[in-house]
Write a protein that binds this ligand. Structure first.
Ligand code: PRX
Length: 653
């Protein structure tokens, strides 16, 4: 398999750390090297010391890492702590009046919450949850807009030991129902709506639909009033947030939980039709979130940190809801789209709120770059000191624009590689210390034993050869299992090299400086606008439509989204004739089944799919067609070769 992995990117530019940036956390190459070295020589001592100094424990741990049931590693196992205590209470005496959250709604409304206010609101809501019967270990689904209450609800769950599972507000009723059923959640927290793209996203309506479709375990629905739009409330089941908190106390003793107690479950796509609910821990996860904020974002008390990710994704968990708050930093939260009222909105927010660290996805950078330099040039971006990217390989052109126009050649860029499964950043430049190259996430962080190996598991050092990206040693913020399907966890991540390595599912190569270059996914997972989508998941949605016999989905390069979705669909002629625009109907169907992010860019109707004689769909062939490439692979195993010319003829120009 690895002989197929070859690199076509030859980026030679290298940027030494800008002089204007003075690092505060890791200050020099020698300090970085000594951290790496201490982790290499004593992994447990390294993480154990950080866990003691950086987190507050109610019962200190005596044992750092338990490897007995590998690949089920346990970190700080006999320690007890509370994540919300670490994010809030411990700052109150020194930072009570410091701003924790600056919020701006899409319509321009703003709100500022100090640590003290945030603490009180979290406690109140935690007490309200308890009154609804939610307790330790119970699952709570959040389906919320990007407003402070999303963070408050997450922190409140953490406070009482309930396990949250945030479902991105763009997912459909069907997808929401599946996640409720998989977690067997007892409570659903949503809002009457949220503002995005100049429209109201009707979250409550979708939540109601999800509960009509299933999700019978949900006994209570808590609704935050955001838009003021009338929504139906079912008596006994639905409760207004503001009403249930009104008589709740502003203090709530944290539930001290074991370090391994699940903090949250977050779903991500895999190579089957069913998303995986990755289960994360409390102590180990929080340590990863806390340390990476220091090492990668150089966060200190003076920063205003803006991670633009929605809390529905892992990035929004680690770098909005937990990591910065654990460090006592100030976060910026924005509810809406980057182009409302125009493409200057992000830059206007940076100017207005004096954002110092800005972290976003390449897809957003590309979209904003297209609008021209004039747009950001209208704003004063002098408060920015550091820029970051995440979610997909950033193309050098977008990197250069980000560097030149947004960072004004003054700000280091941290290209951070990580995953829902890793919990926190794994590879990234250290700002002000590591020289950067456009498109490379440079090197692993201290304590992270990242490697690139061939199919035998041997480390590849040669710079022209790609291989499997693996992690050779456990790390504290790693996911612990797949909720309800531990075997899938073992099979997906640990089976390829007999449990020796965690297999990330990405291919990568290393250049002659030892820098890592992520080349993309090795499985049938697409990266659309920085979001993972399984091709099987979209195929399952398509074949669930009565008109569809068979479907195959592949990715193709897309200017803005990174990867676009291309579906080849075999329909039933009898059913299809009745619909004059079956392609549009099917696109809409996928939106209803999964959500708008999964809407196929192209659907081509075909009579048949190319298959091997054993009946396997030849996806690589379809990918070549979707990418408009010459077919270089062997087609001799194809059952019906004429099908290819038929499919090509059906392709849009
Ligand atoms: O393929 C890699 C890509 O995104 C995948 C993880 O997706 P998800 O779990 O949704 O988390 C995204 C945010 C952490 C990875 O397997 N990816 C993520 N960051 C980068 C990246 N690819 C290249 N460079 C990155 N910086």
């Amino acid at each position: 398999m690895t002989q197929d992995i070859h690199s076509i990117l030859t980026e030679e530019r290298k940027f030494v750390p800008p002089k204007a940036f003075t690092p505060r956390r890791i200050r020099s190459a020698s300090q970085l090297e000594s951290l790496r070295q201490s982790a290499r020589s004593d992994l447990e001592g390294f993480w154990g010391k950080l866990a003691k100094t950086e987190l507050d424990w109610q019962t200190p741990f005596s044992h750092v890492l338990d490897r007995q049931n590998a690949p089920h590693f346990r970190w700080f196992e006999d320690g007890n702590l509370n994540v919300s205590f670490n994010c809030l209470d411990r700052h109150l005496s020194t930072r009570g009046n410091k701003t924790a959250i600056i919020f701006e709604g899409e319509q321009g409304d703003t709100e500022t919450l100090t640590y003290h206010t945030l603490y009180e609101r979290v406690c109140r809501f935690a007490n309200a949850l308890k009154k609804q019967g939610v307790g330790k270990g119970d699952r709570v689904i959040l389906y919320m807009p990007m407003i402070p209450e999303a963070v408050i609800a997450m922190q409140a769950c953490a406070r009482i030991g309930a396990i949250h599972s945030v479902v991105f507000g763009g997912f459909s009723a069907e997808a929401l129902k599946d996640r409720i059923e998989d977690t067997k959640a007892c409570c659903l927290i949503t809002a009457d709506g949220g503002h995005r793209g100049g429209k109201i996203i009707e979250l409550k309506k979708t939540a109601d639909r999800a509960l009509e479709l299933g999700g019978a375990t949900v006994k209570n629905v808590i609704v935050f009033q955001r838009t003021g739009k009338t929504v139906p409330m079912i008596s006994g089941r639905d409760h207004w947030w503001h009403e249930i908190v009104s008589d709740c106390d502003v203090a709530c003793e944290p539930e001290w939980v074991n370090s391994e107690h699940p903090l949250f479950i977050l779903y991500t796509s895999g190579s089957t039709g069913k998303p995986k609910g990755l289960q994360h821990s409390s102590g180990g996860y929080l340590l990863g979130a806390t340390m990476t904020c220091q090492w990668v974002f150089d966060l200190d008390d003076s920063d205003i940190f803006w991670c633009t990710a929605d809390v529905g994704w892992i990035t929004g968990h680690t770098y909005v809801a937990y990591g910065p708050l654990s460090n006592g930093a100030t976060i910026m939260m924005y509810e809406g789209a980057p182009t409302v009222p125009d493409g200057g909105r992000f830059w206007k927010i940076c100017e207005k709120h004096r954002v110092t660290v800005f972290y976003t996805a390449p897809t957003a950078i590309r979209a904003l770059m297209k609008l021209g330099d004039d747009v950001p040039n209208r704003y004063d971006l002098s408060s920015l000191r550091l820029l970051g990217t995440v979610g997909e390989p950033i193309n050098p052109e977008a990197w250069m624009w980000y560097h030149r126009v947004i960072g004004q050649s003054r700000c280091p860029i941290v290209d951070t590689w990580w995953q829902t499964e890793t919990g926190a950043i794994m590879a990234s430049p250290i700002p002000g210390v590591t020289a950067t190259k456009p498109g490379s996430c440079t090197q692993p962080l201290p304590g992270i034993d990242l490697d690139i190996v061939d199919s035998e598991g041997n480390s590849i050092q040669a710079s022209d050869k790609g291989g499997y990206l693996v992690v050779r040693q456990p790390w504290p913020s790693m996911a612990r299992t797949i909720w309800g399907d531990d075997q899938r966890y073992v099979d997906t991540y640990w089976s390829q090299f007999d449990g020796k390595y965690y297999v990330a599912g990405d291919s990568a190569r290393r250049d002659s400086d030892g820098y890592f270059w992520i080349m993309g996914r090795l499985d049938d997972v697409l990266n659309v606008s920085g979001h993972r989508l399984g091709t099987m998941e979209i195929e399952s949605a398509l074949v669930a439509h009565p008109c569809v016999v068979e479907a195959a989905v592949v990715g193709f390069p897309h200017d803005i989204k990174g990867e676009g979705i291309h579906a080849f669909v075999v329909t039933k002629p009898s059913e299809t004739q009745q619909d004059s625009d079956i392609v549009e109907t099917l696109k809409q169907w996928v939106v209803e089944q999964i959500g708008a992010i999964a809407r196929p860019d192209v659907i081509v109707l075909v009579d048949n799919l190319p298959k091997t004689r054993s009946g396997k769909i030849m996806r690589r062939l379809l990918r070549s067609i979707a990418c408009k490439e010459k077919i270089s692979q062997d087609t001799s195993t194809l059952e019906n070769e004429t099908i290819l010319s038929q499919i090509r003829a059906a392709e849009p120009n």
